[in-house]
Design a protein around this ligand. Structure first.
Ligand code: TXA
Ligand code: MG
Length: 317
């Protein structure tokens, strides 16, 4: 922890665990350091970073204003997987916000992430993957993507949640920009008029710049089945195999399957989220021609899991 804090204070980048996914952090007020994050990831400069803080009082260092409802959301869900987009304070370097007048802020629940923020101050950190790859949920994922490009990874084991934080914009009409562990149902208790805009047309200017990029995509084509049953999934697998294809399967439970490689994610959104990015990364190493993924109901935390699966999929049936 001391080595990590010292590196961050001297303008280096460090990968660290959060409760959602691993982040690649830099001192949020050091624009030279923040630029190193973009370089290591190969991330386009128009995609802003989330600033991580150790305490609510630190939000004032990066946000120009904190509305009463923002305060209520922080009290209800922080520390935890909720990012709030607020009007940015002028002290925040443009490289963090990608020149937007707003800044994304969250207080992570993971003790390592929080300790780092306590030592260093606000830390700007995107997920610690190479651009367009699935977010890392283990230190090994970070190592595979970024070794040789960053000086240090703090290994905190597998992350608890497995998908990135919920993002809500409070700059203007409250809008859900990315679904996550904090669900629409939970948010609506504080924001009854919450707008849901997670899928944007290609021609439209995306609200969260990150949304316009293809994410979570393994190299192997993914086919997402919206209403899976043992029977229709097995039929799909058989049809692909008949054409000589090697098939991987992402499924909820153990039933008889002829798939060449199988990853069982469990029956709940929480169990699926926890293993999803690891499963996509692993199946991608198995020399498969296609990955068939079982969908789940798009309510509660299932909305967040399906958002990632839809982005990974080249075809949805
Ligand atoms: O759980 C998480 O949020 C993880 C951990 C490390 O905290 N971080 C993460 O960061 O997923 P990243 O960079 O992979 O995703 C951040 C998303 C991007 O889609 C970005 O466009 C959006 O947040 N974002 C950041 N600042 C924004 C802003 N001012 N307005 C709109 N969207 C913003
Ligand atoms: Mg990311």
């Amino acid at each position: 922890m001391r080595t990590a804090a010292a590196l961050l204070k001297r303008g280096e980048v460090v990968a660290f665990p959060t409760e959602t996914v691993y982040g690649l952090g830099a001192d949020a007020f050091n624009s030279v350091a923040v630029r190193k994050v973009f370089v290591a990831k190969g991330r386009p400069a128009d995609d802003p970073l989330i600033v991580h803080v150790a305490r609510i009082a630190d939000v004032a260092k990066v946000a120009a204003r904190v509305s009463p409802v923002a305060k209520r959301l922080m009290n209800a869900f922080w520390p935890g997987p909720l990012t709030l987009v607020l009007p940015a304070n002028r002290a925040v370097p443009k490289v963090v916000t990608a020149g937007l007048p707003t800044v994304g802020v969250r207080m992570p629940a993971h003790p390592v992430a929080r300790r780092l923020c306590t030592f260093v101050g606000p830390i700007a950190a995107p997920s610690a993957n190479t651009f367009s790859k699935p977010s890392p949920t283990t230190a090994a994922h970070v190592y595979n993507d970024l070794h040789g490009k960053i000086p240090l990874i703090l290994d905190g084991g597998s992350t608890d949640i497995g998908v990135e934080s919920t993002i809500v914009s409070l700059a203007g009409t409250p809008t859900l920009l990315r679904p996550g562990k904090i669900t629409v149902e939970q948010l609506k208790r504080f924001l009854p008029k919450l707008k849901i805009v997670t899928q944007v047309a290609k021609t439209q200017k995306p609200l969260a710049p990150g949304m316009k990029y293809r994410h979570y995509a393994p190299r192997t084509p993914v086919v997402l089945v919206l209403k899976p049953s043992a029977k229709n999934v097995q039929k799909l697998i058989a049809a692909e195999q008949k054409r000589g294809k090697r098939v991987g399967l992402l499924c909820s439970g153990r039933y008889h399957t002829n798939a060449d490689k199988v990853m069982i994610l469990g029956a709940t959104p929480a169990s699926t989220a926890k293993k999803l990015f690891h499963a996509l990364r692993w199946l991608d190493t198995q020399k498969l021609d296609v990955i068939i993924a079982e969908g789940l109901p798009e309510k509660g935390f299932g909305l967040a899991v399906m958002n990632r699966l839809r982005r990974a999929a080249g075809k949805i049936i």
